[in-house]
Write a protein that binds this ligand. Structure first.
Ligand code: UDP
Ligand code: MG
Length: 311
């Protein structure tokens, strides 16, 4: 039985040596205990540091360490896709290079999938220690809104640290869309997933590539990738505005007949114009989001381009 360990890496020279040591320690123990074999597939996502040199070195020393190096930075989602596409294992484990996904949890995941009836085991973060409160708030709101408007429920705090069967890997690969939102894809394909609760661990070294704007754009990808509900917003707002207009017209008319007072006011007029101007732009923006996604999908561009690989 072969297990593929897939690791996306972007500028991880500082942490890779720690990861290398740790993953070998864990997997050697597993080979001893369960008799399973491993291959390690690193995806160098256009790193600008010495990540690729390290990967070459690992490959020289041990042929089980394989790598694919992209021609530029394509993003973690593309790296995950490349890893799944090129792995040969009966099972695949996906984890980050920065040791935020503790390799010592892999045996637990192995037990759940290989010895129990699960198709996938994933970790779920239960604590938020070390994270910014603001980001945590936005991230929680994302899950809440997403699960309301979309048919694809995403478990709050679920991570990309996953152990899955070949069958599930093939299901994920069959979704060859260009704008990839893995959290949604993992959930969309279905299968039985066991969630293993973990504490938040800080990065071992190096720094994260996320900031507020990247997270915002990532969550918009999430909404638009798995739900068309936002498109309905325009119709709902339109109907609400029509009803409000009729009610207001009746109120002003009745008031004029009873008291002789005409409706006046620059202030109310300004507010109404601004409000509806804003809502119209918002709805056009939402349309634009979907249109741009459709535009990019129809171009059928490759999800990644390989410059060098040792498989
Ligand atoms: N990563 C990648 N391409 C990118 C950004 C990140 O392959 O463009 C990898 C990175 O090397 C790491 C994982 O994705 O192994 C998670 O990245 P990071 O630690 O920056 O994200 P966070 O843990 O903060 O969500
Ligand atoms: Mg990280």
């Amino acid at each position: 039985m072969l297990i593929s360990v897939i690791v996306p890496c972007y500028n991880e020279e500082e942490v890779l040596p720690f990861f290398y040591e740790k993953i070998l320690e864990v997997t050697d123990k597993m080979t001893e205990k369960y008799g399973c074999e491993f291959e390690f597939l690193f995806i160098n996502d256009g790193s600008k540091d010495k990540t690729l040199l390290l990967l070459r070195k690992y490959n020289e020393a041990d042929k089980r360490f394989k790598y694919i190096s992209f021609s530029r930075n394509f993003g973690k989602e593309s790296a995950i896709y490349a890893g799944l596409q090129n792995c040969r294992g009966d099972y695949a484990v996906l984890l980050d290079a920065d040791l935020q996904h503790p390799p010592e949890r892999i045996p637990e995941m192995y037990e759940a999938v290989v010895n129990n009836d699960y198709d996938c085991a994933a970790t779920r973060r239960v604590s938020r220690q070390g994270d910014s409160k603001v980001l945590a708030f936005f991230s929680d709101s994302f899950y809440k809104i997403n699960n309301k408007i979309s048919n694809t429920d995403i478990k709050g705090g679920a991570q990309d640290f996953r152990f899955m069967t070949r069958q599930m890997v093939d299901a994920i690969l069959s979704m060859s869309e260009y704008s990839r939102f893995s959290k949604g894809i993992f959930s969309w394909v279905g299968f039985n997933t066991k969630y293993i609760e973990v504490e938040n661990t800080a990065r071992k070294a190096g720094k994260s590539n996320w900031n507020f704007w990247k997270l915002l754009s990532y969550s918009i990808d999430g909404f638009t990738g798995f739900s068309t509900a936002p498109l309905r917003l325009a119709s709902i707002l339109g109907i609400a505005a029509c009803i409000a207009a009729v009610v207001a017209a009746i109120i002003y008319l009745v008031r004029y007949i009873v008291t002789g007072e005409t409706a006046g006011g620059f202030y109310t007029l300004m507010c109404t114009v601004l409000l509806f101007g804003g809502l119209q732009l918002l709805c056009i923006g939402i349309l634009g989001e979907y249109l741009s996604k459709t535009y990019l999908e129809t171009k059928r561009r490759p999800i990644y381009i390989v410059k060098e690989s040792k498989l």
